[in-house]
Design a protein around this ligand. Structure first.
Ligand code: SAH
Length: 221
């Protein structure tokens, strides 16, 4: 990518400005979310020749046939989650670790889980490199949540479920928020915001999204 209208390669500062401008133009306006996203270099979570597209607003392939989500979708989901500084957050679908790294700047504690051991191991390496000591990553089937660490103030699911998984609803604190893409895989899904009240759950449909499916059981790698 070159600077607009010129032949010079883009500088790091220009790249950062383009990245943040792109997020704002897609509706990511929350100052805390933008600051967290400015602090986390997406290039560290994408490997191989796709790394050069890390600052473009597109999903990219990662190991195990999975994808790192599009930055604007990460921003909009994080914004919808309204994370408070004292919150404990669960992420289902660690993938590259990018979303968890952003959450680590917004929350007190982040638990993230993926069914692929390899993705968890690689993400842990990046968390360590970045000194993100408030993230704990587990390899497990996240559709059951993490009963030992529950309940959570916030839950974010970054793979599409046919319905919000029951164990995750149960592990949400009263007053807590869960953001989850819901729908059949390979079709357009809806991003749903679930808020747990004193007596039940409130569901709000936010926008169409497209995620890899939430799959039962552990992955092969
Ligand atoms: N949040 C990630 C992107 C996630 S891609 C990032 O920032 O890069 C979706 C991830 O969900 C994949 O890594 C996939 O392995 C994982 N996944 C799918 N089903 C799962 C399940 N039942 N439990 C845990 N992880 C699951």
């Amino acid at each position: 990518m070159t600077a607009a209208g010129g032949d010079q390669p883009e500088t790091v500062a220009e790249r950062k400005m383009r990245f943040l401008f792109g997020l704002r133009s897609k509706g990511v306006t929350d100052a805390r979310v933008l600051t967290a996203m400015e602090r986390v270099d997406r290039g560290l979570f994408v490997r191989g020749h796709f790394a050069e597209r890390a600052y473009d607003d597109m999903p990219l392939p990662i190991a195990c046939g999975q994808t790192i989500s599009q930055p604007s979708v990460v921003g909009l989901m994080t914004q919808a989650l309204s994370v408070e500084p004292r919150d404990t957050v669960l992420e289902v679908g660690t993938g590259s670790g990018y979303q968890a790294a952003i959450l680590s700047h917004l929350a007190r504690r982040v638990y993230t889980v993926d069914r692929h051991k390899r993705l968890v191991r690689e993400a842990q390496g990046v968390f360590q490199e970045l000194g993100l000591v408030n993230i704990t990553a587990f390899s497990a089937d996240g559709s059951f949540g993490l009963p030992d660490q529950a309940p959570f103030d916030r839950i974010i699911v970054t793979a599409a479920a046919e319905d919000p998984p029951g164990p995750l609803l149960a592990q949400l604190k009263i007053g807590g928020i869960m953001v989850v893409p819901v729908g059949q895989s390979d079709t357009v899904q809806s991003l749903i915001k679930v808020t747990r009240g004193q007596t039940g759950y409130d569901y709000e449909e936010l926008r169409p999204v497209r995620f890899v499916p939430l799959v039962e059981g552990m992955g092969t790698e």
